[in-house]
Write a protein that binds this ligand. Structure first.
Ligand SMILES: Nc1ncnc2c1ncn2[C@@H]1O[C@H](COP(=O)(O)OP(=O)(O)OP(=O)(O)O)[C@@H](O)[C@H]1O
Ligand SMILES: [Mg+2]
Length: 332
């Protein structure tokens, strides 16, 4: 087995939408791989196919070497899943939820007890283990779900929006667990998110998906490097100077790209912070007054805009309206 997850042209069509359209990805054992995309991009549908919950309409996928359709049972034995919507029984305690899951996976009593203790301590819920889940905060429920997904020592863990709706502090906490699981316990993780920062901070590689297709796939750094560098924006007192300043940067050759718009000049360079003094010196030599300077490092959002012409945030808002009814009705 070369890959922990390998899909080949995997596709899922619902009546009126192609939710996942011909996706081919290979995730190595031990990798932390992210699917980043706006609402409705097809992230959950892809995870549902890989975790054998939904049958593909086309293409195929292997998880830990097993076909998700023909060897669904073998796939299930090797994976843990944390679904986007909570699936805990809130009338049971945390410990009971874990025990129940262990029973479903056929773990014997002694193993269940030991494993329950281990996973509870991993997500720091030991003290709350015997309270019913109804009394848990959102972050505690999410941690319990991660613990549950780990009960049977899965090789591959699927996390669908692990920090959706949590406060920034809890989110950081969960990032730590995910990182620890991956780096210390070697669990291969596929996570979906529409938080740029989450994907950037956690993932070894990221596939940005939109309308069911991959628009970019690489390490977070290489995705950002692809955009050609950092952008320095200069504000000019006189819009009439913009053309002259642009041509002095072009002549100098310090920039990868130079653009002028209204009373601003945008200069794309490598190592922006080190270039600012030189950029300002050139303006001063040309006798052009600068009234503001800003430096921006590219984000994954910029990568997304580059490929799709719009921000992930924009899509989230308008996309929610478009598919809002469908999503609500689907999610009970
Ligand atoms: N069971 C279904 N029946 C019909 N359409 C569906 C079904 N499940 C998903 N879809 C549609 O498939 C598309 C992809 O949905 P999916 O839930 O996979 O997106 P997502 O990237 O997980 O979005 P989110 O960020 O909101 O979780 C959407 O247009 C959705 O409405
Ligand atoms: Mg989803």
């Amino acid at each position: 087995m070369l890959y922990a997850i390998e899909t080949s042209g995997i596709t899922k069509r619902f009546e009126e939408v192609t939710a996942v359209n011909n996706i081919s990805i290979s995730v190595k054992p031990g990798e932390l791989f992210g699917l980043l995309g706006p609402n409705g991009a097809g992230k959950t549908t892809l995870i549902n196919m890989l975790s054998t919950m939904v049958e593909p309409s086309g293409g195929n996928a292997l998880v830990w070497g097993h076909d998700v359709v023909k060897e669904a049972d073998l796939v299930r034995q090797n994976i843990g899943v944390v679904f986007q919507d909570t699936t805990l029984d809130d009338r049971l305690t945390g410990r009971e939820n874990l025990d129940l899951h262990g029973r479903l996976y056929g773990l014997d009593g002694k193993t269940r007890k030991k494993r329950t203790q281990d996973v509870l301590s991993l997500v720091e819920l030991t003290e709350r283990a015997d309270f019913i889940v109804k009394t848990y905060s959102g972050g505690m429920m999410r941690r319990l779900e991660i613990a549950r997904g780990l009960m049977h020592h899965p090789k591959v863990l699927f996390l669908d929006e692990p920090t959706l709706g949590l406060d920034p502090q809890t989110r950081l906490h969960i990032w730590e667990y995910i990182h620890k699981l991956n780096k210390e316990e070697g669990v291969t993780i596929l996570l979906t998110t529409h938080y740029m920062e989450e994907a950037d901070r956690l993932c070894d590689r990221i596939a940005i998906i939109d309308y069911g297709q991959i628009v970019a796939l690489d390490t977070p750094q290489d995705l950002k490097n692809m955009l050609g560098g950092d952008v320095i924006t200069l504000g000019l007192e006189d819009p009439g100077d913009v053309g002259r300043l642009c041509s002095s940067y072009q002549k100098d050759g310090c920039a990868n790209i130079v653009e002028g718009k209204q009373n601003e000049v945008f200069i794309t360079v490598n190592n922006g912070e080190r270039q600012i003094p030189h950029i300002l010196a050139l303006a001063s030599q040309a006798g052009i007054p600068i009234i503001s300077v800003s430096l921006r490092k590219p984000t994954l959002d910029d990568v997304f805009i580059h490929y799709t012409g719009r921000a992930i945030r924009d899509k989230e808002v308008s996309g929610m309206e478009e598919v809002g009814y469908k999503m609500r009705s689907r999610r009970k």
